[in-house]
Design a protein around this ligand. Sequence first.
Ligand code: NAD
Length: 249
Amino acid sequence: MSTDRMGQAKEWLDSADHVVALTGAGISTESGIPDFRGPKGLWTRDPDAEKLSNIRYYLDDPAIRVRAWRARLDSPVWAAEPGAGHQALARLEACGKLKTVITQNIDGLHQLAGNSPENVIEIHGTVREVACLTCSYRAPMTKVLVRLQAGEADPDCPLCGGILKSATISFGQSLVPQDLARAEQAARHSDLLLAVGSSLSVYPVAGLVPLARDFGAQIIIINAMPTDMDPVADAVLLGNIGEVLPALF
Ligand code: NAD
């Protein structure tokens, strides 16, 4: 990466006072959680695994639910610790610059790193809770992990017997309108948007990048590979998040 581009990005960050971070799975790979579309991504290695994140297959096929719950039980999320990238963003909030983290991640590592939960918008939900797809039941994931460990393969809702799912937004499910509205508002009010570890290929989240730019924000993208939004960025910093992000401030 050119030191010029890095120096320029540092200057922009230094003079910004309303930073918004938009994060994706790439910020968590150094914590041991694979992304989807990177070279070692879950879907790159096993395209069929995408079905586990599709609400149609999940509702229609009990075998997919059993696979999905097994994957949750065995997930690296439960042992994962925030990485250098998460910690850098927590420091950026602590010094008053970073106002909002909009994350596509469902792992809760930004909050574990120290970002205030009220400043983190989990646009694709969280794996740390479960929700019933029929009634309003919602509970910590730990309750269901205990049932899975006890031998249940497809635990149902304890209130209505409906289908349970992690409180994540699968393909085919709508985003929570209030979360999207908050994310759009944050993007419009930012003076610098840092997009970190996302292929920026999933909409409407990817659309927050041109939205912020149209409202006057500078755009810095940090990722290991080119992203779909590189053409609208002021700077693209190609590299490992755990090295590039802490080196910026
Ligand atoms: P993605 O897999 O499409 O893109 C991740 C990007 O990060 C890739 O371009 C990859 O090259 C890059 N990357 C990976 N490790 C990196 C590193 N150490 N340094 C720099 N770059 C790195 O992920 P996405 O854009 O977030 O979209 C995928 C969807 O998958 C999201 O909707 C999200 O909800 C979900 N997801 C979440 C998690 C999680 O919570 N950690 C994990 C996998 C998928």
